[in-house]
Design a protein around this ligand. Structure first.
Ligand SMILES: [Zn+2]
Length: 247
């Protein structure tokens, strides 16, 4: 691939629509070409900004289902004398009130769950994009870059394990907030660690795992930082999490 190919295929790549082999060709060129790296960083940031600005789904499916169920379970059959336009009192009023409570409960529960899901979804998407790193190389290099560029204390995982290697880091955004993407290679396989500042009121949380689009995603909170570990090979991701969490 040459610079023109990269420019033409950039969005296909950023949308994660390349086959593995094509993606590798693409990355090989970008890794070696300063001009294409610059282009890709710029376009990647643009895409992230567009995604952050996109409107949320109007009503989550779960909420719609719960409302439908509440309506199905409403007192029935309807009184035969019910006026065509229901008055805001009696059972109709009670049902409306019940529906409102359900909406409120659904929204408050839904917000937390959806925030977590957003972080997980965006972590997988970030991993899939294989964005070029803004800094590469030694732990020292990466650590200096993070200290100069990140507004929170990144909890940079270090591993004794010689098969787990830090590749590099770059800035990104997750859930509309500044975040750091760290790339590792474990047994030759690329893994992403995404960190963003957790809400200060939230206690540390044990690691939990979810499977998303063929990737394993581990999330946990530690030292005020929310971590997502993403990789294709379940065993390697678990190993990385365990090593990081044990420190
Ligand atoms: Zn190029």
């Amino acid at each position: 691939m040459n610079c023109d190919d990269i420019q033409n295929a950039l969005y296909v790549y950023l949308d994660g629509e390349f086959a593995e082999l094509e993606a590798r060709d693409f990355e090989r060129h970008v890794d070696a070409c300063a001009r294409c790296t610059k282009l890709m960083v710029r376009e990647g940031r643009f895409l992230e900004a567009v995604r952050d600005a996109a409107p949320q789904d109007p009503a989550p499916a779960g909420l719609r289902d719960r409302l439908a169920l509440a309506i199905d379970n409403a007192p029935s059959p309807l009184p035969a004398t019910l006026p065509v336009a229901p008055r805001p009192r009696g059972w109709a009023f009670a049902l409306a009130a019940a529906a409102l409570v359900l909406v409120a409960v659904g929204l408050s529960v839904g917000t937390t769950a959806s925030a977590e899901n957003t972080v997980i979804d965006e972590s997988v998407a970030t991993h899939q994009k294989s964005l070029p790193m803004e800094v590469r190389g030694s732990h020292r290099n990466v650590s200096d870059f993070l200290q100069q560029n990140v507004p929170f204390a990144v909890d940079l995982p270090t591993f004794q394990d010689p098969t787990a290697r830090l590749v590099g880091a770059r800035l990104t955004r997750v859930h509309g907030r500044e975040a750091v993407l760290l790339n590792y290679e474990v047994d030759g396989e690329r893994m992403s660690v995404i960190q963003l500042a957790a809400e200060t009121s939230v206690d540390d949380a044990e690691p939990a795992v979810q499977s998303k689009r063929g990737f394993d995603v581990w999330t946990f909170k530690r030292k005020g930082v929310l971590n997502s570990f993403v990789g294709r090979d379940a065993r390697s991701v678990r190993r990385l999490v365990r090593a990081a969490y044990r420190r």
